[in-house]
Design a protein around this ligand. Structure first.
Ligand SMILES: [Zn+2]
Length: 439
């Protein structure tokens, strides 16, 4: 009992931009009509709102609608449920760090949407039925990601190993024993696995591993060059790295292709905008807030959902032959961006830099504010041999890379790990925001 007749276009990204826009306009009309009628939240917040009859007017109509924030979604969670309960096949929760997780119901249409989104993702990364893929991501706990990757890889025809958790030594054993050709994990954990392999004296020829699809953190900087973690990975093993960006609210992920020039947006599955603080659209390459509108989504469709991620748009044609727009790596979470003496700092970029540093084991960044100097950044580090020389060297290197000189403090490993995993946190914490606290 579906309210949608889903219509996927696997080759749409290779067609001219105007054809993509034509198809997307029709899907957007269909989705907005459905959402405004079936979603209690939008029915109430946008009463009497009518979707234009002419497809070419739908984009301007969409831009006139208000944004939906994560706070709206958390506050009125159930009001976003648009499908009848008997149509729901799964409920997933988005990984909130604190408070009540946001729940999203998925119907059979949404599960197919998710499968197709991940199929596009893995096809862009060049995976085929000849690949054996090790999934080192959480498969349960109501997380969407692990299930999504599994569905997409199965649709490609890969052999999938649902390893999930496990230390680096176990992952090395799995890679060798089952002839794994591709791995999906977070960049810092891939680095730990490759360091373990090196420790065991294994050479590059002991593995068939040739691709890594990396989630959670970026592998490229704002110029799309490999960041510090990616360079460390490259130093250990000859791997093709593909950045992957996704969120539960978007019901799918976006992946880099072999050209490594941004994450392709699937025009039949999601509508994406990059906006300035005043709500106007950003120019190409200009960092702004990523805002997504669901397409072909039944359970909890969202209109202009502000993801909280900062990135930029790339519209020039890609060397892979796709004409779909792309987004760059995620530069920061909106609420993490810092302005220190006029310089914008993306804490995630500082963290990536430190993760790739040979002297650093763990890092926690603390944002603060002081009455005289405004926003401040303090970095707590666990290093192998803490001394004054390393302290000065790291400060100089950070000043070169980011044009600010944050305060650095070395801490013993157990103190830092305690700070990273306070009770109630599902993910390791690497950023602490004390800007709202009194001096
Ligand atoms: Zn491409």
């Amino acid at each position: 009992m579906s309210m949608f007749e889903p219509c996927y276009h696997p080759n749409l990204e290779f067609l001219p931009p105007e054809e993509q826009r034509r198809v997307q306009a029709g899907l957007l009309q269909q989705q907005l009509r459905y959402t405004l009628e079936k979603s209690p939240y939008y029915r109430q917040s946008l009463p009497g709102c009518r979707v234009p009859e002419k497809p070419e007017e739908v984009f301007a109509f969409l831009s006139s609608l208000p944004l939906t924030t994560r706070d709206d979604l958390a506050r009125c969670n159930e009001a976003f449920f648009a499908a009848p309960p008997q149509a729901v096949r799964e409920v997933v929760c988005s990984s909130g760090t604190t408070g009540r997780a946001i729940a999203l119901p998925l119907t059979s249409v949404d599960l197919e949407h998710l499968t197709v989104a991940e199929y596009y993702t893995f096809a862009a990364a060049g995976l085929t039925e000849n690949d054996t893929v090790l999934l080192c991501v959480t498969m349960d706990s109501l997380f969407m990601a692990g299930m999504a990757y599994y569905l997409g890889l199965q649709r490609i025809g890969c052999c999938v190993l649902r390893q999930g958790a496990g230390g680096p030594a176990l992952q090395v054993e799995r890679i060798r024993r089952f002839g794994v050709t591709a791995i999906m994990t977070v960049p810092s954990f891939l680095l730990a696995i490759l360091r373990e392999a090196e420790k065991q004296g294994l050479s590059k020829t002991d593995f068939f591993l040739r691709k890594a699809i990396l989630v959670g953190d970026a592998v490229r900087d704002a110029s799309l060059r490999p960041n510090a973690v990616a360079r460390c990975i490259a130093g250990l093993h000859n791997l093709e790295l593909y950045g992957n960006y996704g969120n539960t609210e978007m019901n799918g992920s976006l992946c880099e292709c072999s050209a490594a020039a941004g994450h392709h947006i699937h025009p039949d599955l999601v509508h994406a905008e990059i906006l300035r603080g005043d709500g106007s659209p950003c120019a190409d390459g200009e960092p702004g807030a990523l805002v997504v509108t669901s397409l072909q989504t039944e359970g909890a469709p969202l209109i202009r959902y502000r993801t909280g991620d900062i990135t930029f748009r790339i519209t020039e044609p890609c060397a892979c032959g796709r004409h779909s727009h792309r987004i760059g790596p995620i530069l920061a979470r909106e609420n993490q961006m810092l302005k220190i003496r006029g310089t914008t700092i993306y804490p995630a970029a500082v963290r990536d830099y430190l993760h790739g540093h040979e002297a650093v084991r763990h890092a926690v960044l603390i944002a603060g504010r002081d009455a005289c100097h405004g926003e401040q950044l303090t970095i707590l580090l666990c290093v192998d041999s803490p001394d004054e020389r390393l302290h000065t060297r790291l400060r100089d290197e950070l000043a070169d890379a980011f044009r600010v000189r944050p305060a650095l403090e070395f801490l013993p490993e157990e103190r830092l790990l305690e700070l990273m995993s306070p009770p109630g946190y599902r993910k390791k914490r690497w950023f602490i925001d004390r800007r709202g606290e009194p001096d």
